[in-house]
Ligand binder design. Structure first.
Ligand SMILES: *[C@@H]1O[C@H](CO)[C@@H](O)[C@H](O)[C@H]1NC(C)=O
Ligand SMILES: *[C@@H]1O[C@H](CO)[C@@H](O)[C@H](O)[C@H]1NC(C)=O
Ligand SMILES: *[C@@H]1O[C@H](CO)[C@@H](O)[C@H](O)[C@H]1NC(C)=O
Ligand SMILES: *[C@@H]1O[C@H](CO)[C@@H](O)[C@H](O)[C@H]1NC(C)=O
Ligand SMILES: *[C@@H]1O[C@H](CO)[C@@H](O)[C@H](O)[C@H]1NC(C)=O
Ligand SMILES: *[C@@H]1O[C@H](CO)[C@@H](O)[C@H](O)[C@H]1NC(C)=O
Ligand SMILES: *[C@@H]1O[C@H](CO)[C@@H](O)[C@H](O)[C@H]1NC(C)=O
Ligand SMILES: *[C@@H]1O[C@H](CO)[C@@H](O)[C@H](O)[C@H]1NC(C)=O
Ligand SMILES: CC(=O)N[C@H]1CO[C@H](CO)[C@@H](O)[C@@H]1O
Length: 446
C-alpha cells in the first residue's frame, strides 16, 4: 500500500470531524426559528410645544416566542442636545438627575441619559396612556399580540421644535431586565398614520423615528440556561441532560455554586435575597431548567409524548413561561393536554415548529425549585405512515427553546434506541466509512 495515502486518510478524518463540528456549533446572533424577530421602538411626535415636543413612544415585540417577564423592560438613551423631560405619562424615569438650574416646578428628568420604566398595574387613570402600565411585561407576538405592545408619552423640552431642528436621541439600550438586546441607531421613517377608533378619520404623526433591537443569547448569559433529557417506553434507558450542560459542580473558577435539594431551609433563606443570579439545585447538568421528553405510548394511528419542565433555580419563578419545540410531526399534532399550543412556520412550507405555553391560572406559573417547581403536559400526534418511525431517534425533538433560549440537547448518538436498532447503527457507521473511502479514492486520483 502506498504510504502517501496515510496523510490523506488523516485529512479525510479531519474533514469529517470538521464537518460534524460545523453541524453542532450554533451562532447565536441569527435565530433560525425566528429570523425576523426584533423589538421595534417607535417615536411618534404628536405635537410641537414652545420649547420642544410631545412624543408617544411605542415598543412592539415582534419576536415570535421571546417575551419580557417581570420585573420588566427598561429603556435608556442619550439625548443629542441638552433636552430634558418635562413630564411623562404611562412610564417614568428611574432617576430625576440634577434639575437645580430650573426655577419653578422642576422637570421630571434632567439626565443626559435617562432610563425609563413602565408604570405598575393599577396606576391612576390620569397618568395612563393606551398600552401602558403593565409593569414592563411584554408578551411575545405569537402568544398574545395585544399585550406585545407597550407605550408611554414623553414631553420633551429644550429640544428642536420643527422636524428640521429636532435631533433624534442616540445610543438606545433595552434591558429585559438584564443584557441581551442590541439596538440600532434611530432612523427617521414615514410618519405613522393613526386611524381614529370610529374609523371615520385618520391623523398622522408630525415626525416618526424607529429603533430596532435584536436579541442575542450569547450577550444575555455566559452559558446555556436549560437542557433536555429523553426517555421512551421502548427502552429503559433515561438519557440525562449532558453533564456540565450549563456549568460544572466543584470549586474551580468556571464552576457554578449550587445548593443541595435536601436543604430547603437554606433555599428559603436565599430566596429572600433580591439578587437575580440563579442559585441552582446541585445536579450533574447544573441548569436552572430541564425539559424532559418521554415517548409514552404507541397507538395504531397516533403516538403520545409526555413533556415535563422542571425548575432547578431557587431564585426564580417563571411567570408566563413558554417553550418552542421543533419536531417533524408538529404538522399533525392532534391534541395538547393542559398546555396552549401555536404552530410557528419559520420556513413557509416546513411546519415542524410549535410554541407551547401554560394555561392561565393553571400552569402558566413555573414555581421556584422544590416540590411545586414543575409543569407537565401530554401531546398526541397523528402518524403520517410515510414518515413515522421510532427508529434513529425520530420520536425525539430536534431543538427546544425555553423562554427564548436554546436548550442543550443530549448528543444524537446517546438517544434511546429501539431494541432492534443496533444493525441500523452499524449501517450508518458503514456508510460513514464508505464515504470516507470514496473521498480517499477521489483524493488519490486528483
Ligand atoms: C422587525 O420585525 C418585523 C416583524 O417581523 C419585520 O417586519 C421588520 O422587518 C423587522 N425589522 C428589522 C430591522 O429587522
Ligand atoms: C418636515 O415637514 C415638511 C412639511 O412641513 C415635510 O415636507 C418634510 O418631508 C418633513 N421632513 C421630515 C424629515 O419629516
Ligand atoms: C452608550 O450607552 C452605554 C450604556 O449606557 C455607555 O456605556 C456608552 O458609553 C454609551 N455610548 C455613547 C457613545 O454615549
Ligand atoms: C417602524 O416601526 C413600526 C412598528 O412600531 C412599523 O410598523 C414600521 O413599519 C416601521 N417602519 C420602518 C420603515 O421600518
Ligand atoms: C476545592 O479545591 C481545593 C484545592 O484545589 C481542594 O483541596 C478542595 O478539596 C476542593 N473542595 C471541594 C469541595 O471540591
Ligand atoms: C415564587 O413564588 C412563590 C409563590 O408565589 C413565593 O412564595 C416565592 O417567594 C417566589 N420566589 C421567588 C424567588 O420570587
Ligand atoms: C401547521 O400545522 C398546524 C397544526 O396541524 C395547522 O393548524 C396549520 O394550519 C399548519 N400550517 C401550515 C402552513 O401548514
Ligand atoms: C437503549 O438505548 C441505549 C442508548 O441510549 C442503548 O445503549 C441500549 O442498548 C438500548 N437498550 C435496548 C434494550 O436496546
Ligand atoms: C396522516 C395525516 O393526517 N397526515 C397529514 C399531516 O399533515 C400534512 C401537512 O399538514 C398533510 O399533508 C398530511 O396529510
Amino acid at each position: 500500500m502506498d504510504l502517501s495515502v496515510i496523510p490523506k486518510a488523516t485529512s479525510c478524518i479531519l474533514f469529517l470531524f470538521l464537518l460534524s463540528c460545523t453541524c453542532f456549533i450554533s451562532t447565536d446572533a441569527y435565530d433560525p426559528l425566528d429570523p425576523n424577530g426584533n423589538i421595534t421602538i417607535k417615536w411618534d411626535i404628536i405635537s410641537w410645544t414652545p420649547d420642544g415636543y410631545v412624543a408617544v413612544v411605542t415598543m412592539s415585540n415582534f419576536q415570535q416566542y421571546r417575551h419580557i417577564a417581570t420585573p420588566g423592560w427598561s429603556l435608556g438613551w442619550t439625548w443629542a442636545k441638552k433636552e430634558v423631560i418635562w413630564s411623562m405619562m404611562g412610564g417614568e424615569a428611574t432617576e430625576q438627575g440634577d434639575c437645580s438650574k430650573f426655577k419653578g416646578t422642576p422637570p421630571h428628568c434632567c439626565k443626559k441619559d435617562p432610563t425609563i420604566v413602565d408604570l405598575l398595574p393599577g396606576t391612576p387613570f390620569d397618568q395612563q396612556v393606551a398600552n401602558c402600565c403593565k409593569g414592563g411585561v411584554l408578551s411575545s407576538w405569537a402568544q398574545d399580540q395585544t399585550n406585545a405592545v407597550s407605550s408611554f408619552q414623553v414631553s420633551v423640552g429644550r429640544a428642536g421644535t420643527t422636524n428640521k431642528t429636532v435631533k433624534v436621541p442616540k445610543n438606545f439600550t433595552l434591558k429585559a431586565p438584564g443584557p441581551g438586546y442590541t439596538c440600532s441607531p434611530a432612523k427617521i421613517v414615514k410618519p405613522t398614520i393613526f386611524i381614529q377608533s370610529d374609523k371615520r378619520r385618520v391623523t398622522q404623526a408630525l415626525m416618526t423615528w424607529n429603533v430596532t433591537c435584536t436579541y442575542s443569547q450569547f450577550l444575555a448569559h455566559k452559558g446555556p440556561t436549560c437542557c433536555v433529557s429523553l426517555s421512551s417506553f421502548y427502552n429503559d434507558t433515561i438519557v440525562p441532560c449532558p453533564t456540565c450542560a450549563c456549568s460544572c459542580q466543584g470549586n474551580s473558577s468556571q464552576s457554578g455554586t449550587c445548593v443541595n435539594g435536601n436543604t430547603p431551609h437554606l433555599a428559603s433563606v436565599v430566596s429572600g435575597n433580591n439578587n437575580l443570579a440563579p442559585l441552582v439545585q446541585c445536579t450533574s447538568h447544573m441548569c436552572p431548567v430541564r425539559i424532559h421528553w418521554h415517548v409514552k405510548l404507541n397507538y395504531v394511528e397516533y403516538w403520545r409524548v409526555k413533556v415535563t419542565v422542571t425548575n432547578f433555580d431557587f431564585m426564580r419563578n417563571y411567570s408566563d413561561w413558554n417553550m418552542v419545540v421543533q419536531h417533524p410531526n408538529f404538522d399533525n399534532v392532534t391534541q395538547l393536554f393542559s398546555f396552549n399550543y401555536k404552530s410557528l412556520t419559520p420556513y413557509e412550507n416546513i411546519n415542524d415548529t410549535a410554541m407551547l405555553w401554560g394555561v392561565k391560572f393553571y400552569n402558566d406559573f413555573l414555581n421556584q425549585a422544590g416540590p411545586l417547581g414543575n409543569v407537565q403536559s401530554e401531546i398526541l400526534f397523528k402518524k403520517d405512515k410515510s414518515t413515522f418511525t421510532f427508529d434513529k431517534g425520530w420520536a425525539f425533538p430536534q431543538r427546544i427553546y425555553f423562554n427564548g433560549d436554546n436548550c442543550v440537547m443530549p448528543p444524537p448518538d446517546a438517544y434511546p434506541w429501539l431494541p432492534n436498532a443496533g444493525s441500523s447503527r452499524e449501517v450508518s457507521l458503514l456508510a460513514l466509512v464508505m464515504s470516507c473511502l470514496v473521498a480517499l479514492v477521489f483524493y488519490a486520483y486528483v
